[in-house]
Design a protein around this ligand. Structure first.
Ligand code: GLA
Length: 451
């Protein structure tokens, strides 16, 4: 064989070998599967003895391995939950202890191939309060308030108020249209009943509210005198009311809702038209002159979600502080929903009150469970979501320094009597007690927020 033929044959054999090895390699062994890592979701349906763990589906996974532990480092596992193999994407973990922290993580599996761990989810089971626990006992560093009406201070209302609450606010009977219905009449009947109820039972009374555009009596809207006479009339009204309840009412919302939504401008109320932009400062000075000790608050809604409004209110507060206009605190009404606003936003807005060393009042808390009108009775899922939001609100409130705390007031006792039903024209369940005075999940969310 000459050299040329030899080299030709070697090349040919080499080629044949590489062709056969390619085709057999491609045909006989499985391609390598790549499994993504699952994403573990926040626990749901949390009770005092159980929760549901769930995770995302991973492409090509045939099963999952779930770890559950009381230890963030997974040094030990709950019985049966050391890589428990599951085909489903969720698992009810039961038989747990109340008020305990648990952790879970999961891996995806296909045959011998196993993914890395998911993120670790932390969750705490709800706690079972002592049978004699109440809202006011649990909240020992601030008042737990409730909005009341003078005709409903008896029977089970009375029992529940005295047992659970340490502060009351008149839902509507300490407003100008009720207390000063015409130019020369004052009617203190309902207000006196509420204040006396507080006094008799050792319950704090928050005054609400001296000036509010929506409770302005017609005679004030149509005031015939000069601007100076209008201002004198307002001064006299404020002085009369504040003096009457001096030493009995701890705090007043002096002006309620003075700032417009969205624009942050002052509402063009009759008070502003007659007394000018500085009417708010003047009203605060009238209150302080009548009672040097009463706490005076500015109160408004949507201050968490409407950043422009929030900024406008704090600009006003800063202006008051700079000019030595008396103000002791800011009230966030907190008419909110089960899924909104976020805890971090509540925290951020609240911090702005604390930074100014003022007192914080969450003054009208109710948490809508049906903001999108998609349920006709309070479902278990929505009730727990509402509970979680109440818990967040209480956690934010409870975490502020004690000196800045005042009260967390719920806007009514029973779901069946909430103002929201009339206001929105459909049913909701925004409070801590149902129509039969039964404690709801939201009630326990309040207690859990104080843990
Ligand atoms: C506002 C007022 C409250 C009350 C509610 C509706 O939030 O501040 O006094 O009128 O509306 O009940």
């Amino acid at each position: 064989m000459n050299e040329f033929r030899f080299r030709f044959l070697t090349i040919l054999i080499g080629l044949l070998i590489s062709i056969t090895s390619c085709s057999s390699g491609g045909g006989d062994s499985e391609p390598e599967i790549e499994l993504g890592d699952p994403i573990a979701n926040q626990a749901t349906s949390i009770t005092s003895s159980s929760f549901t763990a769930s995770w995302s589906r991973v492409y090509r996974a045939e099963s999952y391995l779930l770890d559950v532990s009381e230890d963030a480092g997974f040094a030990t596992f709950l019985a049966g939950y050391n890589a428990k193999s599951l085909v489903s994407l969720n698992e009810d973990i039961t038989g747990l202890e109340s008020n305990m922290q648990y952790y879970y993580r999961v891996k995806a599996v296909n045959g011998a191939i196993v993914s890395s761990y998911s993120n670790i989810v932390e969750t705490t089971t709800s706690f079972i309060p002592d049978s004699d626990q109440t809202l006011k006992k649990a909240a020992d560093t601030f008042f737990v308030g409730v909005a009341v009406q003078s005709g409903k201070l008896n029977g089970q209302y009375d029992e529940t108020y005295r047992k659970e609450f340490s502060s009351i606010t008149a839902e509507w009977e300490m407003k100008m249209n009720v207390m000063h219905p015409s130019v020369d009449t004052y009617d203190f009947g309902p207000a006196d009943a509420i204040v006396n109820y507080g006094q008799t039972n050792g319950i704090n009374v928050h005054g609400h509210s001296l000036i509010w555009h929506n409770s302005t009596p017609d005679w004030v809207k149509n005031f015939a005198g000069t601007d100076q006479e209008f201002e004198d009339m307002i001064e006299e009204y404020i002085t009369t009311v504040v003096t009457r309840y001096k030493g009995k009412v701890t705090s007043w919302d002096v002006v309620n809702e003075a700032v417009e939504d969205g624009s942050g401008n002052l509402r063009n109320s009759i008070y502003r038209q007659k007394m000018g932009d500085d009417y708010i400062a003047k009203c605060y000075q009238f209150v302080r002159a009548a009672d040097p000790d009463v706490l005076i608050f500015y109160n408004d809604y949507s201050m968490i979600i409407d950043q422009t409004k929030q900024d406008a209110v704090f600009a006003m507060v800063d202006d008051f502080i700079a000019r030595n206009i008396p103000i002791d605190g800011v009230g966030f009404q907190m008419h909110i929903s089960h899924d909104y606003p976020a805890k971090a936003d509540i925290q951020k807005a609240t911090d702005r009150i604390v930074e100014r060393n003022l007192k914080v009042h969450f003054s009208e808390l109710d948490v809508r469970a049906n903001p999108n009108k998609d349920i006709t009775s309070l479902t278990a899922e929505r009730s727990l979501s509402q509970k979680a939001k109440v818990k967040e609100v209480v956690q934010v409130y409870n975490s502020i320094p004690n000196d800045n705390k005042y009260a967390l007031t719920v806007w009514g006792l029973k779901d069946s009597e909430t103002w929201l039903t009339d206001f929105y024209g459909y049913v909701d369940w925004p409070l801590l007690f149902d129509g039969n005075y039964n404690k709801k999940d939201a009630y326990y969310g309040f207690l859990e927020g104080l843990q």
